[in-house]
Write a protein that binds this ligand. Structure first.
Ligand code: ADP
Length: 434
């Protein structure tokens, strides 16, 4: 027990004894004791009420501290109050510093709740995306930055993903968006200005498209002359082989130019315009028929596990099937099997082209969808490959919100699985049986 507490208790005890003694003199010790107890109580209640009033008004001038326990309590209270004020000031300074540094950042930073509502944002977020710290607080960020890619990114679990969106400030700005977990139940949306990168990549795309387009016309003329030469029975016998080789190379160039143009077109927009329900199995059967006409080909089997239709562009999905099938046909021996599978489930649908061919070394698998990447360049050239087929497949799938997963075992075969989300799958209505 502290000295002040002891002093208080002994003071009260003395008061009670004194009261009882005075009462005893007048023949009423109990009344004396009661009066003394009441006096002690009144004084303490008065102190309490005075302290409460001072707390509420934050004015301690009228509070009579006295000495003893009240003085001790009051000095403790003052010490704690001053310490809290100093801490508050330190936090305020720290907050100011943090705000200053986030405002100095060239990238936009937006703190979001779990429900994607804006908590606060820095100055760059205002300049890049037009967000306002006070006005937009509590608003869903995807209601302000309207882009399906961003909505998907905010829902995605993979925090390494990024998406490019056009900024709503409307001066041709492009923003790269990334979401990272922040605090217990918040996330941070980071916005980076990638206008210059997008401009350069558009320039590159336009250049490739224009160059491919421009090269097509002279190539058509060369092709025409080569066709005429090869049909000419009077050309010297020594020229027949070179003309045939030139025709082969010209055909290859035509294919490369066509595929480069197709890639530029696919890169031009991130989603497909056509949304017809596609009968994937019918596309499989068409491709199967087209390929079965060729000699020296492995068996092609169609596995129609689902009647579901796919929402997208039939022409583009046909390109995917033809590219994957022609690869499988080139890399599978004649006694092997190529299987085309269409299956659907609660998570979406898969279009799979698998083969029992030579397979791919695992170190090359991550690079297969790069432009012009070929495991064996020389061989690919000889059998008509351009190294652009899987790049086209990847772009078409991205335009259909789908993903390509390649699994392969050298010497065993490969599987190219295109996984489409449920939003792209249309299940046929059930037909009554009676
Ligand atoms: P290419 O026109 O050369 O076929 P692709 O982009 O279609 O270009 O394929 C890239 C490379 O991937 C091919 O050169 C080949 O090495 C490898 N590849 C693709 N599909 C298969 C497959 N089914 N089996 C083995 N290797 C494959």
């Amino acid at each position: 027990m502290s000295d002040a507490a002891k002093k208080l208790l002994s003071g009260i005890a003395l008061l009670l004894i004194g009261g009882a003694a005075i009462g005893w003199i007048y023949g009423r010790p109990d009344t004396g004791l009661l009066v003394a107890a009441l006096l002690a109580l009144v004084w303490q209640v008065r102190q309490l009420l005075s302290f409460d009033r001072s707390l509420r008004t934050d004015n301690f001038d009228d509070f009579r501290v006295g000495e003893g326990i009240w003085e001790q309590m009051f000095s403790r209270f003052r010490f704690e109050r001053d310490r809290a004020a100093r801490r508050k000031q330190a936090y305020r300074e720290l907050l100011k510093e943090i705000r200053k540094s986030t405002n100095a950042m060239p990238d936009g930073a937006v703190i979001l709740t779990e429900e994607n509502e804006i908590v606060t944002c820095n100055r760059a977020a205002k300049a890049l995306a037009g967000l306002k710290r006070k006005k937009d607080r509590g608003q869903r960020v995807d209601n302000i930055l309207r882009d399906p890619g961003l909505t998907k990114l905010l829902q995605a679990d993979d925090k390494s993903e990024t998406v490019e969106i056009a900024s709503p400030v409307g001066d041709g700005k492009w923003l790269n968006c990334r979401v990272v977990p922040y605090g217990a139940d918040q996330k941070l949306l980071l916005l980076r200005d990638v206008t210059e990168r997008m401009r350069l990549s558009k320039m590159r795309r336009d250049f490739v498209a224009n160059a491919s387009h421009e090269l097509r016309s002279p190539l058509t003329v060369i092709n025409g002359y080569l066709d005429a030469l090869s049909d000419d029975e009077q050309i010297p016998p020594g020229w027949a082989k070179p003309v045939e080789q030139m025709q082969g190379q010209a055909k290859r160039m035509r294919k490369i130019l066509g595929e480069l143009l197709e890639l530029s077109r696919l890169e031009g927009s991130s989603t497909v315009k056509e949304e017809e329900p596609i009968d994937v199995v019918a596309l499989f059967e068409n491709a199967q028929q087209a390929f079965e006409g060729h000699a020296n080909l492995a068996d092609i089997v169609v596995n129609a596990d689902s009647k579901a239709r796919l929402r997208g562009s039939a022409a583009e999905i046909e390109t995917v099937i033809v590219n994957l099938l022609s690869n499988a046909a080139r890399f599978t021996p004649t006694d092997g099997t190529i299987t085309l599978t269409w299956r659907s489930g609660p998570d979406g649908a898969d279009l799979i082209v698998s083969d029992t061919g030579e397979g791919i070394d695992p170190e090359f698998v991550p690079r297969l969808t790069e432009r012009f990447f070929r495991v064996d360049k020389g061989r690919s050239r000889e059998d008509g490959g351009t190294g652009l087929g899987l790049a086209i497949v990847k772009h078409v799938l991205a335009r259909h919100d789908a993903e390509l997963t390649i699994t392969s075992e050298p010497g065993e075969g490969s599987e190219f699985c295109c996984s489409f989300p449920t939003s792209r799958v249309v299940v046929s209505p059930l037909v009554a049986l009676s």
